[in-house]
Design a protein around this ligand. Sequence first.
Ligand SMILES: Cc1cc2nc3c(=O)[nH]c(=O)nc-3n(C[C@H](O)[C@H](O)[C@H](O)COP(=O)(O)O)c2cc1C
Length: 195
Amino acid sequence: MSSPRVAIIIYSMYGHIAKLAMAEKAGIEKAGGKADILQVPETLAKEVLDKMNAPAKSDFPIATPDDLPNYDAYLFGVPTRYGNFPAQWKAFWDATGQLWVAGSLAGKYAGMFVSTASLGACPHSPITGLSSFLSGYAHAFDLQNNLEEVHGGSPWGAGTIAGGTGARQPSELELECAKRQGTAFWNIVSKVKFD
Ligand SMILES: Cc1cc2nc3c(=O)[nH]c(=O)nc-3n(C[C@H](O)[C@H](O)[C@H](O)COP(=O)(O)O)c2cc1C
């Protein structure tokens, strides 16, 4: 089995995430793996960055959407902005439409590390980031976008709508979504080596 190709993809304005990224890479190497560190493009003008007292950027290569399919797994380093992703990070994801529509990143592995000013934002930040990592559409885009009939389910996974009395039963469409989720789930977990 070949070694997984890992990318550590970051945005860092003041360098905290960049430092964590190097520690993440060192940890991967200590465990026998390899990883590339890439950074998403800056979107703020230099004069804005100067006013924000941002130091010069680290010289990690700039990530493009085309880089993503070349890796099997990603660690995303994201500093908090108002409890959420920075716009730089969102701009990067919003440029990945071709990958999204083709489901090119489905089945990849992802982890996240964060930097926040305050203690409370630490767990909140990965949670708000989760929606960008969903790949449910890759397997059931046609079903979930069916507007001809009412149905449950979303990119987070299959779902059914039971109705207020519970009288409604899962529809054929909802059962097919669940079946496809089961197949996709098995295709991933069956590759994992369990002790
Ligand atoms: C516009 C802006 C909004 C921010 N919002 C939050 C926030 O809601 N919660 C928080 O804990 N830190 C917040 N921060 C602090 C950043 O998370 C902090 O600067 C960042 O983690 C440092 O990481 P870096 O050095 O890699 O850029 C904010 C910073 C900026 C510039």
